[in-house]
Design a protein around this ligand. Structure first.
Ligand code: PEP
Ligand code: MG
Length: 599
């Protein structure tokens, strides 16, 4: 705990860009120490049970109101609140607490804490990652009940009347629906990563946010003055005058930059000599569509559909998937959406599917392999995608295809689904484009054999780098060897582009590499037709494309391919970018000393 009132800088994960400066509103956490009370007599015990029931009822009402108040852009979150309501009614919590009050003659807070403790211990034993992950939800619901027991049901969010920076241990969609976001300048939380609810919601509403700060909700006191730098992932508590001045300047510069860049975000990505590059966005939720359009995306180049399978305990129904895909297609209003079929396995676990433990999950039953084994799951998804194709420009894309046999098998399932839908006279686009992700080295080697069977390729560099350089993408110990500029990676990209173009199909890239402005001129020179990236990267990437010449970069790409190491390619790129476009790249944006192409 901080004792003085001095300036303190904390680093977390920048979850939504921009700078906010203002007073903190700290959402209450569960009190560190709960009071124990022994109850004398049956009457006192029954009064305590009634008090608990009232708190449960007040919590239920608050959650139901929050669910009903969800705006259309947040509807997909209602299942989280449903899960909270289920926990509230679970006998492990409510019934067990009542029993403990009656059996041990103890106060409701103490009984509830005991019941939650038991549930936590039981959960910790569970093998299922989804259920273990629900522990945070149990704690959230318990905190809510405790607040009601203490007569503090309102956590300060409902009646906001001044601009604040919300500081919380964690924020659930139920919390955010209670607040009038026009009073919220920023969010900072202990928990969460770049794809947490807080991050997605903050991005959608363009509110600066820093998450994953671990202990900030304990460090900040109500009324402390804060600076939230969502671009750098930094929070300053009670800044000195000089720091404040520095950040105010940055805030103005950022606001100006954001306005300027956004104003040009809708211009096409066309080079000075007239080459046009398609710029699309990667999304994980339907709610992101409006944001990606604001940032100038010309479509969705990768819709990761794992969310439905990871976030809820049951498999999504065809209808649920269909409604979601249809809504994305319609919201895009004529621009294409590339729906990737389920890529579960590896480091992503489905909650409703029992996967056998694997020693090497990244090399195991993942993505298309999983779908070809669990045909019913695959077919349900394909039916939903095909039906959604009647409502907009939908493409389907298979992940992790390793060769022609696998692709033909996947296409046969798609054909079967098409026939079934046609027999049922269901509407779908007969011209639905079918593509594959190129993310396994074997697919690169046979790209020329794959190309005649598909309408497009999309290079998934996150996995292609992992599999070709044998670098586990989630292992921090080998992260320094993850080199996008490795000559092997660049040669593979060139090979895929050549194979695609020889067969007359477009070649896209949708891994993280595609959104790195430093790499964009090179990717253009290598002949890629479309890039798909995090929406926030789009305006700058478009800016870079508009500043370079396709002709020049075709030549420079050929030269880049002659260097034997990633470090030499990086040094070459740094030199070329710094001398040709000093107004676009600051030296610190480029590859530093080691120059191996990592960010
Ligand atoms: C990739 O592998 O590059 C990719 C875009 O897919 P994901 O990151 O979802 O595996
Ligand atoms: Mg991948």
């Amino acid at each position: 705990m901080r004792r003085d009132n001095g300036e303190k800088l904390l680093k977390g994960v920048g979850a939504s860009p921009g700078i906010a400066i203002g007073r903190a509103l700290v959402l209450p956490r569960r009190p560190a120490k709960l009071a124990y009370r022994y109850l004398e007599g049956e009457e006192a015990v029954e009064r305590e049970v009634a008090r608990l029931d009232q708190a449960l009822e007040a919590t239920r009402r608050a959650l139901t109101d929050a669910r009903d108040a969800l705006g259309p852009e947040m509807k997909d979150y209602s299942y989280i609140i449903e899960a909270h309501l289920m926990i509230l009614d679970d006998k492990l919590i409510a019934e067990r607490s009542r029993r403990l009050i009656r059996e041990q003659g103890i106060n409701a807070e103490w009984a509830l804490a005991q019941a939650v403790g038991e549930a936590q211990r039981a959960f910790a034993q569970v093998k299922d990652a989804y259920l273990r992950g629900r522990l945070a939800d149990v704690e959230y619901v318990c905190d809510h009940i405790l607040r009601n027991l203490a007569g503090q049901g309102d956590n300060g969010l409902a009646g906001l009347r001044e601009k604040v920076i919300v500081v919380a241990h964690d924020l659930s969609p139920a919390d955010t629906t209670q607040m009038d976001l026009s009073w919220v300048m920023g969010f900072v939380t202990d928990m969460g990563g770049p794809t947490s609810h807080t991050a997605i919601m903050a991005q959608a509403k363009a509110i600066p946010a820093v998450v994953g700060l671990e202990r900030i909700s304990l460090e900040v006191r109500a009324g402390d003055f804060l600076i939230v730098d969502g671009s750098a992932g930094e929070v300053v508590i009670n800044p000195e005058e000089e720091t404040l001045h520095r950040y105010r300047e940055r805030q103005e510069a950022y606001a100006l930059y954001a306005r300027e860049v956004l104003a040009r975000a809708h211009l096409p990505a066309e080079t000075s000599d007239g080459c046009r590059l398609g710029i699309e966005a990667n999304i994980e939720l339907a709610e992101e569509v409006e944001t990606v359009l604001t940032y100038g995306a010309e479509g969705v180049g990768l819709y990761r559909t794992e969310f439905f399978y990871i976030a809820q305990p049951v498999l999504p129904s065809e209808e649920e998937l269909y409604q979601n895909f249809k809504s994305v297609a319609q919201r895009l209003d004529g621009s294409p959406v590339t729906i990737r079929t389920l890529d579960i396995g590896g480091d992503k676990f489905a909650s409703a599917v029992e996967l056998a433990p694997e020693i090497n999950p990244a090399l195991g039953l993942r993505a298309i392999r999983f779908c070809l084994k669990e045909r019913h799951i695959f077919k349900t998804q394909l039916r939903a995608i095909l039906r959604a194709s009647a409502h907009g420009r939908v493409r389907v894309m298979f992940p992790l295809v390793s060769g022609v046999g696998e692709l033909l098998e996947a296409k046969a399932v798609l054909e079967e689904v098409r026939r079934e839908l046609a027999a049922q006279e269901a509407a779908f686009d007969p011209e639905l484009e079918v593509g594959i992700m190129i993310e396994v080295p074997s697919a690169v080697a046979v790209a020329d054999l794959l190309a005649p069977h598909v309408d497009f390729f999309s290079i998934g560099t996150n996995d292609l780098i992992q599999y070709s350089l044998a670098i586990d993408r989630v292992n921090e110990h080998v992260a320094h060897l993850y080199q996008p500029l490795h000559p092997a990676v660049l040669r593979m990209v060139r090979q895929v582009v050549e194979a695609g173009h020889a067969a007359g199909i477009p070649v896209a890239m949708c891994g993280e590499m595609a959104g790195d402005p430093r790499l964009v001129p090179l990717l253009l020179g290598l002949g890629l037709d479309r890039l798909s990236m995090n929406a926030l990267a789009i305006p700058r990437v478009k800016e870079v494309v508009r500043s370079v010449s396709c002709e020049v970069w075709r030549r420079l790409a050929r030269q880049a391919l002659t260097y034997p190491t990633a470090a030499e390619v990086a040094a070459f790129m740094s030199r070329e970018l710094a001398t040709r476009y000093p107004e676009l790249f600051e030296p610190q944006d480029l590859w530093p000393g080691r120059g191996d192409g990592r960010r």
